[in-house]
Design a protein around this ligand. Structure first.
Ligand code: ACO
Length: 426
């Protein structure tokens, strides 16, 4: 097959290079399109546009495949821990025992946050959404390290470790603030996830007992969320970083992008949807009819994906875990979730559009079993996704061909006209 694509516009033919990725996926390289033809490509939502070449994560949406640095997600989840996955994504290698121990120590040495940051929490209303708090405090971290260049060789690792270490502390404090309990300081003697659970759930007047099963389940959820190539939040991190904004600011922007209900915010919406069905006494059939009604903005939350046109492999892993963790539980929401999922998978509307459950459909049920409140679900996603954002940012910064993200547009507004004085405006 030729490595040239031809675009014919009227009588004119333009030749553009074809490029091929390591898994055989192909793209037309349109970087010179405007220069040779005066044309730009228009692609709302970037559904057919590759924003970069990347060696971090591979997805085959048709086959339902997800690999991190070549390793299938199922094997990663069976054999690794979240911090091991962080290392793999950040440094493009699986750590040796010694490298992993050193990395874990670096992380646990950095879990404290600057004491003044506590004041931020006091400034927010009690019922502030924790994602609002999280994005703000993460951005504020940049001011505590403002004399460092997050991409300088001697600063990048420090910055990445700092973010990974401090995000659970900042997240747990957002929760404690929202329920009016004292903030719990991190405990460097505990593992990453155990420490987070302790900061979330311990109170000064009671002895706290670590629940290892819950910590393991949460660690796996973090792993499952660790990266997902050029999704909305990772793209946001890259776009913000492309202006050479620092890593803290870029990650804070990623947190904001994740918050939306069409992206990470879907996990919260799934639980709200299931609770709504339970409380209203509505039926699954009514819910599906609403999702299919084009006159209704309601969508079946936790279903559908821009890239997966098959079962989301993360949903497959999580579904099995969810059933195991909740085996014997009489959680009515789990029953509703199962029935809703089975019915949707047999419904022609969902079959025709290749709409399958995504990771968010099940994650909320596990968070709920762990005791995590619904409005903290997207915060959990942010903790999991952080190594992906950092790795995507670093890959972009290290690319010698990097340019500021600055898309074109097709202008559809008024053509030139004279500016009328205010007295003559109707
Ligand atoms: N419920 C009902 N219909 C749906 C759903 C849904 N959840 N998702 C897609 N559709 C329909 C659309 O209405 C459209 O129908 P049409 O062809 O008749 O017009 C068709 O399926 C294609 O959908 P698009 O909106 O074009 O798909 P897109 O790739 O733009 O959107 C998205 C993907 C945002 C994930 C969408 O499926 C959705 O809104 N899902 C619900 C929210 C959700 O679960 N988000 C989490 C995504 S995973 C993540 O971020 C971790």
């Amino acid at each position: 097959m030729s490595n040239i694509a031809e675009i014919k516009v009227g009588e004119q033919t333009y030749q553009l290079p074809l490029i091929e990725g390591s898994e055989g996926e192909k793209a037309i390289d349109i970087r010179k399109l405007r220069a040779v033809s005066g044309l730009v490509a228009l692609d709302e939502g970037f559904a057919n546009t590759g924003g970069c070449s990347s060696s971090i994560t591979f997805i085959d949406g048709e086959k339902g495949i997800l690999h991190h640095r070549g390793y299938p997600i199922e094997q990663v989840c069976d054999h690794a821990s979240f911090l091991e996955v962080c290392y793999l994504l950040l440094f493009d290698k699986l750590p040796t025992q010694q490298e992993l121990s050193e990395f874990k120590s670096e992380v646990s040495d950095n879990v404290l946050v600057p004491e003044e940051i506590k004041n931020f929490y006091k400034a927010f209303p009690r019922d502030a959404h924790p994602m609002a708090l999280l994005s703000s405090v993460v951005c504020s971290l940049s001011s505590y390290y403002q004399h460092e260049d997050s991409n300088a060789p001697d600063h990048f690792r420090k910055t990445a470790v700092r973010l990974i270490a401090k995000l659970p502390t900042l997240a747990a404090w957002a929760y404690k603030t929202s329920i009016g309990e004292p903030l719990v300081y991190p405990d460097s003697n505990l593992g990453y996830t155990e420490n987070f659970l302790k900061m979330m759930f311990s109170v000064p007047n009671k002895t706290y007992q670590t629940n290892t099963d819950m910590a393991k389940a949460l660690d796996k959820l973090f792993m499952l969320h660790a990266d997902h190539e050029q999704n909305c939040s990772a793209t946001t991190v890259r776009v913000v970083g492309s202006s050479e904004a620092n890593l803290y600011a870029s990650v804070a922007a990623g947190i904001c992008a994740l918050w939306g209900p069409l992206h990470g915010g879907a996990n919260q919406k799934v639980l709200e949807m299931l609770t709504g069905i339970k409380e209203s006494g509505g039926t699954i059939a009514e819910c599906l009819e609403m999702a299919k009604d084009k006159g209704n903005s309601f969508r079946l939350m936790g279903f559908g994906h821009r890239v997966y046109k098959n079962f989301d492999p993360r949903a497959r892993v999580i579904k099995a875990d969810c059933e195991k963790l909740l085996a014997g539980s009489d959680d009515p929401l789990l029953k509703i979730a199962k029935n809703l999922c089975d019915s949707a998978l047999q419904d022609q509307y969902f079959i025709d559009r290749k709409l399958y459950p995504n990771v968010d459909f099940y994650s909320g049920l596990i968070y709920r079993a762990i005791g995590i409140p619904t409005d903290m679900f997207t915060v959990m996603f942010a903790i999991g996704r952080l190594p992906g954002w950092i790795s995507q940012w670093k890959e972009m910064m290290d690319n010698p061909e990097r340019r500021i993200a600055r898309p074109r547009q097709i202008y559809t507004g008024a053509t030139p006209r004279d500016f009328p004085p205010i007295s003559q405006r109707g």
